[in-house]
Design a protein around this ligand. Structure first.
Ligand code: NOJ
Length: 551
């Protein structure tokens, strides 16, 4: 069989729980959330840069794909030192993306189509062009405005050494020295990321008040939730102690550090949860929290804190049956005590696309995706993975924009390669991305990977995602859940588990993922094949292939 799904057998429809406003309860427990990177999704005005009008025009594509919600990376007013993760005004849209009317129209249209909208909130740092930071610089040492960030005198006789040994995630010291209003060398300020991204001081009440107000601003605009950038970074260890170690910190890493995952962050999220809960329709908070373990991540998801967190432990796991089983178990086990859904993610705008990263080309990427979509909980899909896009590893240096690329000994600087604009059509200067080229060049072969080319082709990756999401939506054994039942009776290298139908219909589902690079014979088919990530005609399961079976 090809990847086509067979007609679903009819069963008892699951009872729909509703919240006080009549909306279905717990929509986020099994939601498939699609990440739009606004610069690179669709360009509505032909300037070569994606924008909100472009996203709005493509919403029917997302509804048709079958996702539940759309998370948009930042579109706020920003000098773009870190592609919008340096926000100068949290209540304004950057003109390159549109204006507040565009945002309003986008949110309304999405809701009409049954899609929820999640926006990115960046509370760990602002842009250095943010009015607060600019005023703090102008007013000089001693100004109370400086307390909203981390300004400190330097060490050494003339204050010429940074205040402590913290390193920026993008490379180099996490401190930059300022100049006093009279031109003399002044205090230093902390930036865990680029120098253009000064860290807020969350001990300062004005910072806390401001973000509660920003939350309300966007909730009043109608958004359904927030993805919280660097959620683990807001509170720093008292006294800003040295970290006492050298070596480049990793993006999405899991080290124990005095500026990450401090216990003080949790009271912030408790106060945010109270605000989210004031609004109807279950507005959610999703933590981007890099923590040392899934257990530490679970703390962000206690009943009175946030709803979900990205599972970077899963993203960082190699394509290996044993390692996958271990991380899946650990992820589910750690969420169970707090009652939060486990989430699954393979790609985003900060990592090498999983088609390339997992090292097995398109077949392995498709197998990994089908495995992910069978796991209990909520899943994240990064724009373009449904097309099977690979990482663009050979971008010329002159077009790169990732700040980490420009740092000696910084991150590998490869983040531009997963941010190349989406090919919508075979032809056109930017394959339908827009009428004015694209800010990062698309490889010529991307015509073959375009939405136009793949639509209607039952063997395409796009149709695999469409089928998988349709089955997932309808099937009583898929979506929300707290556990899987591992099946031991399969050859080495085949990850196999059963999921029980939640509606008592007995329509269980078995997922088998052959993670090896050779075909594997099963002693017997475990059920009726519903969907396969590769060519499966009965008999051996091909290398790097996942099959869903109805039992
Ligand atoms: C995580 C974001 O995903 C990344 O793109 C950004 O550079 C850092 N946070 C800093 O905001």
């Amino acid at each position: 069989m090809t990847q086509h799904s067979s007609a679903p057998a009819t069963g008892t429809a699951p009872a729909v729980r509703t919240d006080a406003s009549g909306a279905p309860a717990g929509w986020w427990r099994d939601a498939v959330i699609y990440q739009v990177y606004p610069r690179s999704f669709a360009d509505g005005n032909g300037d070569g840069m994606g924008d909100l009008a472009g996203v709005r025009a493509r919403l029917p594509y997302l509804a048709d794909l079958g996702v539940d919600a759309v998370w948009l990376s930042p579109f706020y007013a920003s000098p773009q030192a870190d592609a919008g993760y340096d926000v100068a005004d949290y209540r304004a849209i950057d003109p390159m993306f549109g204006d507040l009317h565009d945002a309003d129209a986008l949110i309304r249209d999405a809701h009409e189509l049954g899609l929820r909208i999640i926006v990115d909130l960046v509370p760990n740092h602002s842009s250095d062009q943010h009015e607060w930071f600019q005023r703090a610089l102008r007013e000089g040492p001693g100004s109370p405005l400086r307390d909203r960030y981390h300004f400190r005198p330097g060490r050494g006789p003339k204050g010429e050494e940074p205040p402590n040994d913290w390193e920026s995630i993008f490379g180099g010291p996490a401190w930059t020295r300022t100049e006093n209003p009279d031109g003399t060398p002044g205090e230093w300020y902390l930036h865990l990321f680029a120098p253009e991204q000064p860290d807020f001081n969350w001990e300062n009440e004005a910072v806390r008040d401001e973000f509660r107000s920003v939350l309300r601003f966007w909730l009043d605009m109608g958004v359904d939730g927030f993805r919280i950038d660097v959620a683990h970074g807001l509170v720093k260890a008292a006294g800003l102690p040295d970290m006492g170690r050298a070596g480049q910190l990793k993006l999405l890493g899991n080290q124990v550090l005095p500026f990450f995952d401090q216990d003080g962050v949790h009271e912030i999220y408790r106060s945010w949860r109270r605000i989210l809960d004031e609004y109807p329709g279950e507005r959610i908070g999703v933590a981007e929290a890099w923590t040392p373990s899934p257990e530490r991540t679970a703390l962000y998801l206690r009943a009175d804190e946030l709803h979900q967190a990205f599972n970077f432990h899963y993203l960082n796991t190699a394509w290996n049956a044993e390692a996958l089983r271990e991380v899946i178990d650990q992820s589910l086990d750690s969420m169970r005590p707090v009652g939060a859904p486990t989430t699954w993610v393979l790609s985003n705008h900060d990592v090498v696309r999983h088609r390339t990263r997992l090292g097995g080309g398109l077949a392995r990427a498709r197998a990994a995706s089908l495995l992910m979509l069978a796991l209990p909980g909520s899943a994240y899909v990064y724009q373009g993975e449904e097309l099977g896009l690979p990482e663009v590893a050979d971008l010329p240096d002159e077009v790169r924009q990732d700040p980490s690329f420009f740092k000696d000994n910084g991150q590998d600087g490869l983040r531009d390669g997963c941010r190349v604009p989406i090919p919508w059509t075979r032809a056109g200067s930017s394959h339908g991305f827009g009428s004015g080229g694209s800010w990062l060049p698309q490889p010529g072969q991307w015509a073959e990977l375009s939405v136009e080319e793949q639509t209607g082709d039952p063997t395409s990756t796009l149709e695999l995602y469409r089928s998988a999401l349709a089955v997932r939506r309808e099937h009583p054994a898929l979506g929300a859940g707290e556990s899987v039942q591992w099946l031991e009776d399969f050859p080495a290298g085949v990850l196999a588990f059963r999921r029980r139908a939640a509606d008592g219909s007995g329509r269980d589902l078995i997922c088998t993922a052959n993670t090896t690079d050779r075909p594997v014979e099963l002693s017997a088919a475990p059920g009726r094949a519903l969907l396969a990530s590769g060519e499966y005609e009965g008999g051996a399961i091909p290398a790097d292939t996942t099959v869903w079976w109805e039992v």
